[in-house]
Design a protein around this ligand. Structure first.
Ligand SMILES: *[C@@H]1O[C@H](CO)[C@@H](O)[C@H](O)[C@H]1NC(C)=O
Ligand SMILES: *[C@@H]1O[C@H](CO)[C@@H](O)[C@H](O)[C@H]1NC(C)=O
Length: 229
């Protein structure tokens, strides 16, 4: 990854699925490697990620200070995930604020990956339409001082991942009362998942993401401006 040679070891603005992207992805574009200001590096790792596939207009950029903006208008088969956060991810109180105005399938979520096992996870804070690509299995719910979330798992078969094309499990916490802004104590979700038999592996990265995707019949559009602190 030639671009990365320009970045310091502390500042990795990585491509979540980039290196081993399957040829079935029609395109893999718009990766950005923007170094955040120094104070952000030490405070939160300064991690920014932006990934897209397929057709559509997906414009996201890091603004510095943990802030990013996106505006999007997807076409059939297209989707994107972008956000700022932490590498490695893990137990942390993630504060975020901003605006999220979305139509169609997609999420505003704390989004992350673990390896061994390879798990893609979401703590969904807001959305317009949840349109699972794979069936979701309900695993219960939990309530704590930050709210009530319902838990689900799903299986992805031969899909893009941080380890290339793989078959892996997704974990979902879905907030029953949508919000844009607040604190997400990730460890509380990990504990609830563990109690429901949903075991994570070793943390890779986690970001407060904006995601939008076309699900065949519905197209995503919208804009967001989010600051993670
Ligand atoms: C897209 O999502 C909507 C809403 O969940 C659903 O009704 C529709 O069947 C989905 N389309 C496809 C092709 O999955
Ligand atoms: C949470 O789980 C309990 C027990 O299964 C159930 O009675 C309740 O309806 C659930 N609440 C939500 C918001 O899913």
């Amino acid at each position: 990854m030639v671009t990365f040679s320009f970045l310091s070891a502390l500042v990795l603005a990585a491509l979540p699925y980039g290196l081993a992207a399957p040829s079935s992805l029609t395109s893999l574009i718009n990766h950005e490697t923007v170094a955040p200001p120094t104070h952000l590096e030490s405070r939160q790792g300064g991690y920014y990620s932006f990934w897209t596939e397929g057709g559509g207009s997906f414009k996201c950029s890091q603004q510095g200070g943990g802030k990013y903006t996106c505006s999007w208008s997807g076409q059939k088969g297209g989707g994107f995930v972008a956000g700022t956060g932490f590498k490695p991810g893990g137990s942390r109180a993630v504060k975020y604020s901003g605006t999220y105005d979305a139509k169609g399938p997609g999420y505003l979520a704390l989004y992350g990956w673990t390896r061994n096992p390879l798990i893609e996870y979401y703590i969904i804070e807001s959305y317009d339409i949840i349109a699972p690509g794979e069936p979701w299995t309900k695993k219960g719910n939990f309530t704590f001082e930050e709210g009530t979330y319902e838990l689900y798992t799903s299986q992805r078969v031969n899909k893009p991942s941080i380890e290339g094309t793989r078959t892996f499990t997704q974990f979902w916490s879905v907030r029953t009362e949508k919000r844009v802004g607040g604190t997400i104590t990730t460890g509380k979700h990990y504990d609830a998942w563990s109690k429901a038999g949903m075991k994570l592996g070793n943390h890779d990265y986690m970001i407060l993401c904006t995601e939008g995707f076309a699900n065949g019949t519905l197209l995503p559009s919208g804009s967001s401006t989010i600051t993670v602190s």
